[in-house]
Structure formats: C-alpha cells, structure tokens
Design a protein around this ligand. Structure first.
Ligand code: FCB
Length: 476
C-alpha cells in the first residue's frame, strides 16, 4: 500500500503548547558498538563491525569503534547525564560478543557483569532499561560460518536471547530482539555499505528471512524463560511516495515500499510475504529458504512494535534524461533497480542528506496502525545529524532542536488521530560512531569530545529535559 496523499499533514499543530498522555515514555537510545569502546577488553571478541571498520576503505577516515565514547568505562557518568535529562527510559543494545564471545557456547561473566551494573545504575536512577539484543554487531565467528544468510544463525540468536535473559531478566522488562533488520540484510549483504560488506542480492533476501526467523525464535525463547518480558522488534520504516501519479512512478513506489517496509512488516505482523514482493524478488531468489512453519514462528505475537523514523522516500520511474538521486537505492546489480529513481524534493536536509519531513512520521504511524493488527507502538529512534561547534563550553544546536520539535508535534498528531503511541526515544543520547560515517556525523543531544571524552549537553538536551518535565511541548 502506498500513501500518495498526506491528509494528516494539517493535523500537525506547529505552534501551540501540547500535552502528551500521562505515562508517555520519554527516552533516548544508543547502540553498543556505537558508544561502548573497550572492544578487546574483558573477554569481548570481534564482531562484524570490528572487522569491517578495521578494513581500509570501509569507514570514513578509517574510524573504528575501538574506543568510541568509552561508555564501557564511563557508564556511571552517562547514567547521571540521563538522570539530569529526566529520561524515563534508556534504550541500549547488548554486544553479543561481549556476553557470548564467538556467538555460541559459554557466557562471559565479565560481559554479563557490565550489563548488570549498567542496568542496576539505571534502576537506581528510576530509568527504565530497554534492551535491544541485536543492533548489527554479529560475532565474527558466526559470519565466518555463513552469517545471516545461514539458517543456523537464527538458532544461535535464540540461544543468545536465552543467555541474555538469564543474565538480566530479573531486572529488565522491555526487550527488543532486532534493530532495523532491513539495514542488517540489505546494507550488510546487498549494497555492502555496512558490515559484513557483502554484495550478494540473494544473500540479502536470505539474511532478511533468517533475521526474522531469529526474531521469532528469540521472542519464543524470552517468553519461555518466564518473568515479565515484554517483547518487540524495531523496524526502520519510510513512507514511500510516488513523485507523480504516473503509473511508472506509482509502480516504483510499490516496489520500494515492498523492499523497505512490507518485507518485514508483513511476515512479522501478518505471517506472510506480500505476493507482489515475492514476484519482484523472483529474479533474485526463489525463496526456497523459507521452510514450513517459519512464518508462524516469525509472526509470534508481540507486545509492542518499535519504529525508527528519519525521512521519507519519494521515487519515480525510469527517466533516461535524469540520473537517479537520493541517499539509498538498491545495489545497481539488483534486478529491478533500473525501474526506480530516488528523487530529492529540495527540502532542507540533515548532515546525512536526509530530507526533513515530520509529516512522514504521522503517515507511517497511522499506516501501521491502520494496516496491521493493533499493537502498542513506540518511536524507538528519531533524530538528526548536524555539525556542532563548542563555543565557550556550550553547544547551541537549533536545527536539531527544531527537528525534534517538528517530529514530536507529528507524534502528538498521530496520538490525537488514535494511534497507540506510547513512547519516544531520541536518537541519540550521545554523539557516537555513525557506522560507515565514523565520527563525522553527530546525532547526540550530548556532545562528545572524542579526545578528552568530555560530555556537554547541547541546547537540544536542555530543551528535551524541559519537554520531559512538562510531559509536553512548549508553545513556539
Ligand atoms: C539508524 C540506526 C542507528 C543510527 C541511526 C542514525 O538506522 O539504527 O544506529 O545509526 O540510524
């Protein structure tokens, strides 16, 4: 389904003070490889991101996550900063190879101990820990064995979920299995711009399936472990709009909506792959890796769905006169990619080149609520990279602040339209290792000087603290 019109646009109140529902979960998010550092400390073994970032030419300026924000050693200071912000919840990920070096077999007590201390510190500050099991850092040994295109990786992931739950289940209630499986599958195995850097279209499709299978098996494992686990998955979604109503543009939108959104939403929430997507994928994959019972496992009912939202895709059909534009497109070897052009609309962009489009958040939230079984929804990431400068020990970041304001107004509009949106996590708490962009893109509400590791809350952090305090947005 493609939304061409944006009827909810008018619903966004761009200037009044707005209140959010009582108990709305205000948070901020990070991921292990992006902040922890301590890459070879206390028994942690390499993940695919260690290998990838240490491979020349893969990450801008050869940056790696070896040290990152040194959060592994500075987590108490970071939790204190979260408490100063008034965060109700903190979403972070576990490093699989810190907990279970090599991705299978015995648990590493030092790794478990780190996360237990972090969780205890959060709880001591009344901050709800929200754990993501997998934010892209597959243990290298599992990649060497075949990685996500291999079915066995899904089984390993479920075992790791059991291990993580045994370590933290007595004090962590909120569990996200995967972060953005689209990126793991299509950037990791398709375009090769993320670890492990493979450019194999068929492997990307298999990886996507086995990530979802791992999600389903892990969901069942977490439930079987007992306790109060509330389990969900986080997907990155984009409204996909055709540039015009011309049939070629509409078909391009259908195609990209299938690859970007419905590839994951339909199996997870409906237990089936969309027929048109399977047809589009036919030149790439016969889907023979999908076994009986897989889709039932993948669609194990969830307690919540996390949505990461950054921008919208506008696409058009082929035009020999106009080269493709946009920050993402399927690898050029991808059959069908010649049928799609990504279009820039000339809107203001962030430092990632992503167009700023708050209305797209209303659109994607209302669509998921309308088209899929009702579930509590959370925005588990939303934020913007801009270049910051420290002046007299302060960082004024009006563009990031405006981005948050616009998207929170959009979130409010979605709630007013009846979407059961229960929380919002800003990306990110701290400036950090932005994957293939290394440290050259800053998303944090808190500035990090990577030489001194000094943290400075930016103006957007002070503003967010005020939003949390009043459980709503100030008038503009
Ligand atoms: C998302 C990732 C997150 C961060 C933001 C900017 O795709 O989940 O780690 O890189 O983008």
């Amino acid at each position: 389904m493609t939304n061409i019109s944006t009827p909810t646009l008018d619903a966004i109140d761009r200037s009044s003070a707005l209140s959010f529902p009582p108990g709305f979960l205000w948070g901020a998010a990070t991921a292990a490889y992006q902040i922890e550092g301590a890459a070879a400390v206390d028994g942690r073994t390499p993940s695919i991101w260690d290998t990838f970032s240490h491979t020349p030419g893969r990450v801008v300026e050869g940056h790696t996550g070896d040290v990152a924000c040194d959060h592994y050693h500075r987590f108490r200071e970071d939790v204190r900063l979260m408490a100063d912000l008034g965060l109700k919840s903190y979403r972070f990920s576990l490093s699989w190879s810190r907990i279970q070096p090599g991705g299978s077999g015995p648990v590493n007590p030092a790794g478990v101990d780190f996360y237990q201390r972090l969780v205890d510190e959060l709880l001591a500050h009344d901050i709800v820990p929200w754990v993501t099991l997998y934010h892209w850092d597959l243990p290298q040994e599992l990649e060497d064995a075949g990685g996500w295109p291999l079915r066995d990786t899904a089984e390993r992931f479920a075992e790791y979920a059991t291990v993580a739950h045994a370590a933290l289940g007595d004090r962590v209630r909120h569990w996200t299995t995967l972060n953005e499986p689209w990126c793991s599958a299509f950037l990791g195995y398709g375009s090769g711009t993320h670890a492990p850097g493979r450019t194999e279209a068929a492997s990307a499709v298999r990886a996507g399936h086995h990530l979802m299978l791992g999600h389903g098996l892990a969901t069942q494992a977490l439930r079987a472990a007992g306790g109060q686990a509330e389990v969900g998955v986080t997907v990155n979604l984009y409204p996909v709009s055709p540039q015009t109503s011309a049939p070629a543009d509409v078909d391009a939108a259908r195609r990209i909506d299938g690859l970007a959104n419905r590839f994951f939403l339909d199996p997870i929430l409906r237990g089936e792959y969309p027929a048109d997507l399977v047809e589009d994928l036919r030149p790439v994959s016969d889907m023979a890796h999908v076994r009986d019972g897989d889709l039932a496992t993948i669609s194990t009912p969830l307690d919540m769905l996390g949505i990461n939202y950054y921008s919208r895709h506008v696409v058009a059909g082929p035009d020999p006169q106009a080269p493709a534009q946009g920050y993402w497109r399927p690898p050029s070897t991808w059959p069908g990619s010649e049928k799609v052009r990504f279009v820039n609309r000339g809107l203001p962009v962030t430092d990632m080149g992503w167009e700023i489009d708050g209305a797209g958040l209303v659109e994607i939230l209302t669509r998921v609520h309308r088209d899929y079984p009702e579930l509590p929804l959370y925005v588990t990431e939303n934020g913007a990279a801009f270049t910051d400068t420290v002046v007299d020990g302060r960082v004024d970041d009006p563009q990031r602040l405006a981005y948050f304001d616009e998207h929170l107004r959009a979130a409010h509009a979605a709630i007013s339209a009846g979407v059961p949106l229960q929380g919002y996590f800003a990306w990110s708490l701290l400036d950090n290792f932005e994957w293939a962009w290394g440290y050259t893109r800053r998303f944090g509400m808190i500035h990090v000087d990577y030489d001194s590791q000094r943290r400075i809350p930016k103006a957007s952090a002070e503003w967010y603290a005020e939003v949390i305090r009043r459980n709503g947005l100030p008038a503009q």
